[in-house]
Unconditional design. Structure first.
Length: 181
């Protein structure tokens, strides 16, 4: 299942932390990468540092034009899911999304906003999905969408080429350093 996150409306002076968390949640919960429609190499750097240490192949691409990315994604047969509190309830559309994703024919682009999202995005999306119709957070909305879509399987993913790995324990902390000097 190929999933890519598109982050819109990032304001470098106030959204650094939230956008970094959007990327970290995407990475940890099964997305292949994040497209950032803004120039903020700091966000890109932070997420890449995490990936180098903790493994996997998550990509971050900054400075993209969101309209071009959505258009290209759709031309290549992908589907677009825009997370918005104004959309249809996730429980009413998740089966349709899962079927589409499992068919393997279409990758899914998940669009999350920061400030007001341009109306064109609502029109371009195959699904406008609300994780409940109350305002909350793009980080929470993304996490829940990824989890519902993949039915929890992403939580057992193995991250390749990690330099550090956690050994789950009921109490205490155990980590293995596998860094090759
Ligand atoms: C803090 S909200 C701001 C939304 C903005 N005021 C607007 O009217 O579009 C930022 C992002 O969080 C996500 N979000 C917030 N609440 C949501 C919900 N209930 N369901 C899905 N996504 C949500 C959306 O992607 C939204 O663009």
């Amino acid at each position: 299942m190929e999933i890519v996150v598109l982050r819109l409306g990032h304001r470098p002076e106030r959204d650094k932390r939230v956008t970094t968390h959007v990327g970290l949640v995407g990475r940890a919960l099964g997305a292949r990468g994040m497209l950032l429609a803004a120039d903020d190499r700091g966000v890109e750097r932070s997420i890449k540092e995490v990936t180098k240490l903790w493994g996997g192949n998550f990509f971050v691409k900054t400075g993209v034009k969101w309209g071009d990315e959505i258009k290209r994604w759709k031309q290549e047969g992908g589907k677009v899911c825009h997370l918005t509190m104004y959309g249809e309830n996730i429980l009413d559309v998740i089966d349709e999304m899962r079927e589409e994703a499992k068919s393997g024919k279409a990758g899914i682009m998940v669009v999350v906003g920061a400030e007001k999202v341009p109306y064109e995005v609502f029109g371009a999306a195959d699904w406008n999905i609300a994780v409940g119709n109350q305002p909350h957070s793009e980080i929470a909305a993304l996490a829940l969408l990824l989890d519902y879509l993949q039915e929890g399987k992403e939580l057992k993913a193995v991250f390749e080429h990690a330099e550090i790995e956690i050994v789950p324990k009921r109490r205490g902390k155990k980590v293995i350093m596998t860094r090759k000097e």
